[in-house]
Write a protein that binds this ligand. Structure first.
Ligand code: ADP
Ligand code: MG
Length: 409
């Protein structure tokens, strides 16, 4: 049996017309001899009637700190509604189809509400569907904890469902259908001349995704990579092939081409970051303070990123949501923290940049040419990032994209 897992994001499913397009895609693949498993997200984004955020706003009206277990049950409804509709629409178009919840599809997770990890997959019911010639329509983003409670998989959860099913069913390919042409050198909403990457390694896409490219979730890629199942990231609205994520395929009688990671794959950004700075008295005094700072933040459940410790200052970033709490903790310690609340991290990402001279220089030059102050910076083997004010983020991403000549000419 040749199996395709095809995941459709919220914007691809938002209206009856769009879902008709989805039905056509599924039909075309069945005509080619594939058994199709469709994984759905909730319909639409942000203010859409049955979007996940709408449900979250609804529950927060009655309780600003919703019960975690009940919140997961509510959040999972968007995928259920969408999947039930799509299964009916496929049936109305003459294909046999069946809807399966995360639990029915055999997605078993840990008990971590809101951000559960998949422990294992038991795809028995899906296999039965496919054997009967049906399309299996599976609700993404949801699973069942080993204690029998419904869980959700966190941001990008439907991507994760699709990749886990792709691995469990040994699919020929996992298609992630979305509202852009594929993986590009930068977010096309920010950079007009962003270029489509036809092919990309698992390694490269993982790095882009971890550094903020929201086109696919890194956890999903890590799962598909375990069995080397190819992923195509492509547009629901056009017939183009998008981006192929795969290990190198080769023919036995042909020379084996070694693909390597690009020097720079793309530019990413992360917003909703606050930077906090504490001025200290200097060496000696500081050791005690940094210990106190990070211990108190840890006890308060505030996760800290990008730490820079200097002889006379400690700087770090937190997610905007936690900024108020972090400031409160530091004020009680009488440390007079200063905060820059609206920041963004922009990064150049690429696995082969280590040891290549001049990259940091070019990055700093690009930002200086646009008069964008760098608030903090850092690097790893696979990226170099700078913290900038949110109001400079778009300009910074575009400037870096231009400087490294990543765009369409
Ligand atoms: P879906 O609802 O289909 O899962 P997402 O919003 O999660 O869609 O992901 C698609 C979005 O990812 C695009 O609309 C695009 O704005 C954004 N994006 C960010 N970085 C990139 C990138 N490097 N390449 C392509 N898209 C990107
Ligand atoms: Mg997504």
């Amino acid at each position: 049996m040749r199996i395709l897992v095809q995941k459709f994001g919220g914007t691809s499913l938002a209206t009856t017309e769009l879902r008709t397009r989805v039905c056509e895609i599924v039909h075309a693949n069945r005509q080619e001899g594939f058994s199709v498993v469709v994984v759905v997200s909730a319909m639409g984004r942000e203010n859409a009637a049955y979007a996940t955020d709408t449900f979250i706003n609804l529950i927060k009206e009655v309780n600003p700190e919703p019960l975690a277990r009940e919140l997961d049950i509510l959040m999972s409804c968007g995928e259920t509604i969408c999947g039930v509709l799509l299964a009916n629409q496929l049936t109305a178009k003459g294909m046999k189809a069946k809807f399966l919840s995360g639990e029915q599809a055999g997605i078993v997770t840990d008990g971590n509400y809101g951000n559960a990890h998949i422990r294992y997959v038991n795809p028995q019911k899906i296999k039965e569907c496919l054997q009967e010639g049906m399309v299996a329509v599976v609700a993404g983003f949801q699973g069942i904890g080993e204690n029998g409670e419904l869980t959700t998989l966190g941001r990008g959860g439907s991507d994760t469902t699709a990749c886990a099913l792709g691995v469990a069913l040994n699919a020929e390919c996992i298609d992630i259908f979305t509202d852009v042409e594929g993986v590009m050198t930068a977010d096309p909403r920010i950079v007009d001349n962003a270029r489509l990457l036809d092919a990309i390694t698992y390694n490269e896409i993982c790095q882009l995704a971890r550094d903020g490219a929201k086109v696919v979730h890194p956890r999903a890629i890590e799962i598909a990579m375990q069995k080397g199942i190819p992923i195509r990231i492509r547009s629901t609205f056009t017939d183009t092939l998008g981006t192929m994520v795969a290990n190198q395929a080769y023919q036995l009688d042909e020379p084996v081409k070694i693909i390597s990671d690009r020097l720079i794959t793309g530019i990413t950004y992360n917003s909703d970051i606050a930077q906090i700075k504490i001025t200290t008295g200097g060496l000696g005094e500081q050791t005690g303070i940094e210990l106190k700072v990070f211990k108190s933040l840890a006890l308060a459940g505030v996760s800290v990123d990008f730490i820079t410790v200097q002889p006379k200052a400690i700087m770090f970033t937190v997610h905007s949501e936690k900024a108020g709490k972090a400031m409160g903790v530091l004020q009680t310690l009488d440390l007079h923290p200063e905060m820059e609340s609206n920041c963004a991290k922009v990064a150049i990402v690429g696995a082969a940049m280590t040891g290549v001279p001049g990259i940091i220089y070019k990055m700093v030059e690009a930002l200086a040419e646009c008069n964008i102050p760098i608030l903090q910076a850092g690097d790893s083997y696979t990226n170099i990032w700078c913290l900038v004010k949110m109001e400079h983020m778009k300009k910074a991403v575009q400037a870096l994209h231009d400087k490294f000549e990543l765009g369409n000419k």
